[in-house]
Design a protein around this ligand. Structure first.
Ligand code: GLA
Length: 499
């Protein structure tokens, strides 16, 4: 019997046509872009190697052919973690129907690819693996309080240029934002041009003279930031810093930049994703070596317990989540849910970054923007305005420059606030301040007005304490045991509670 089974499977493997070659499917996405999926197979007597490339190539690490049926395992990366995924496929002449299971109970991806060649495909270059056992990058001494400024991405996306940045710098001064503490004017993705013959990265036509722009921004008493990726390309498809880390750090330093946001983007194409901390340390070292003090902002979406290693890689701040958008659900999910358990990583010089502000971009109510600002300040988050400062309603400016609220964010003790009580949609958050008082946010995440109570026992307070409303700038008097307030839907009452 055993012999029969062995002979049968041998016959199947040998009888089937060899599947070596490239199999491709092209589709047009809803945004009009074309997407090509390649299944590259090397069939060695029924044993399979190769890769599946939807965007990045996913290696086939084991696989075999049994008649018209294939089974193989690919390495798929998701949120910075590589997992093995068992796939199946069936051959029908020149067509291969591939089924790739998905996570989180999502239906599998089913692809039909057509054979376009029978040649043995070239395998992608092996990924670079760096050791995470690197010496700690020396602290650069910057960002003793969370960085404050502005960033181009949330409002302008790709439509940012020299003129707009100068206009924003002017507005930062004329609106009083600079004097309220907002000093960094940060250019995000899409400034990058080509490398010259010596590999020196140039800016593109939107930024004809970076040095002149930097000088202009500095002349306003402001600082200026730039953006890149450790990958070959940035998230918007522009030139990244892969293989040019020290050279780029020197270029930015020579232009006079004071801040770098370094965004993982395409880096998984070249690096084994497990190397992520070491990849960030590489730029951390390069920035130090540049000789210019440059705040280092890590943008890697919170992958791989970033709080555990970001400071060691030289980071002053590090993103804890994917991108924020200008919607209540997005801000609420990122701010109230995804920041839990991270407070222990924040210290002066090193901050969790729940992403840039959306205040004033139009997708939320002013009440919701006040909630956004209050929570970010309680979280000791970087405050990077993301709206068009040249064209802003007074109500929005008032939210951004309320000094009593900003003082909570910038408190020199540098302790990140935490949620101390939750009752359905009612949440109380507290942050200890250097003078011994606490900043407390009474939040109502529900759709109806609600009475929210901050019990002093949750704040570890006994006796009576003075309460000051930080948005209204009024003393509420001395309270015992609790402070409570009626809070509007999606709103906040933020107070300082002191002896
Ligand atoms: C990623 C980042 C964003 C922004 C864009 C630019 O999505 O998370 O903050 O920098 O890239 O392409």
């Amino acid at each position: 019997m055993k012999i029969c089974v062995a002979l049968f499977s041998l016959a199947c493997a040998c009888g089937a046509a060899n599947l070596t070659g490239r199999w491709v499917a092209s589709e047009t996405l809803s945004n009009g872009q074309k997407r090509e999926t390649t299944v590259a197979l090397i069939d060695e007597e029924g044993s399979l190697k190769g890769f599946v490339a939807v965007r990045n190539p996913m290696l086939i690490v084991a696989g075999h052919v049994n008649g018209d049926n294939l089974s193989f395992t690919i390495l798929r990366e998701s949120s910075g973690v590589e997992t093995r995924v068992d796939c199946t496929a069936t051959v029908n002449g020149n067509e291969l129907k591939v089924t790739i299971p998905n996570d989180n109970n999502r239906p599998p991806t089913v692809l039909t690819v057509t054979r376009v060649s029978t040649e043995k495909p070239a395998m992608p270059a092996p990924k670079i693996a760096l050791s995470n056992d690197f010496p700690a990058v020396k602290y650069n001494g910057l960002a003793k309080t969370p960085p404050m400024g502005w960033n181009s991405w949330n409002k302008f996306h790709r439509n940012i240029d020299d003129k707009a940045v100068r206009g924003i710098a002017d507005a930062m001064v004329s609106t009083g934002m600079r004097d309220a503490g907002y000093v960094y004017v940060n250019i995000d993705d899409t400034w990058e041009g080509q490398r010259d013959a010596n590999g020196v990265l140039q800016s593109n036509e939107k930024f004809p003279d970076m040095k002149a722009l930097v000088d202009y921004v500095h002349s306003k008493g402001l600082k200026i930031g730039i953006y890149s990726s450790p990958g070959p390309k940035t998230c918007a498809g522009y030139e990244g810093s892969f293989g040019h880390e020290e050279q780029d750090a020197k270029t930015w330093a020579a232009w006079g930049f004071d801040y770098l946001k370094y965004d993982w983007c395409s880096a998984s194409q070249v690096y084994d994703v497990k190397s992520l901390p070491a990849v960030y340390a590489k730029m951390g070292e390069a920035l130090l070596k540049s000789g210019r003090p440059i705040v280092y902002s890590l943008c890697q979406y919170g992958w791989q317990d970033v709080g555990e290693w970001a400071a060691k890689a030289g980071g002053n701040l590090w993103r804890t989540t994917g991108d924020i958008s200008d919607r209540w659900q997005s801000m609420m999910h990122i701010g109230f849910e995804l920041q839990q358990g991270r407070a222990g990583y924040a210290t002066p010089g090193h901050w969790n970054d729940p992403d840039m502000l959306e205040i004033g971009n139009g997708g939320m109510t002013d009440e919701e923007y006040r909630t956004h600002m209050s929570l970010w300040c309680l979280l000791s988050a970087p405050l990077l305005a993301g709206n068009d400062l040249r064209d802003m309603r007074k109500e929005i400016l008032d939210i951004l420059i309320n000094r009593e609220v900003i003082a909570v964010d910038q408190d020199p003790k540098g302790v990140q606030g935490v949620r101390v009580a939750k009752d359905g949609d009612r949440e109380v958050w507290a942050k200890p301040l250097r003078d011994g008082s606490q900043a407390v946010g009474l939040f109502n995440l529900g759709k109806e007005p609600a009475v929210v109570t901050a019990n002093f026992s949750d704040l570890k307070l006994t006796g009576s304490h003075s309460v000051r409303d930080l948005w209204a700038h009024v003393e509420k008097g001395r309270m015992k045991e609790k402070f409570e307030a009626t809070v509007p839907p999606h709103g906040v009452v933020m107070v300082k509670i002191a002896k």
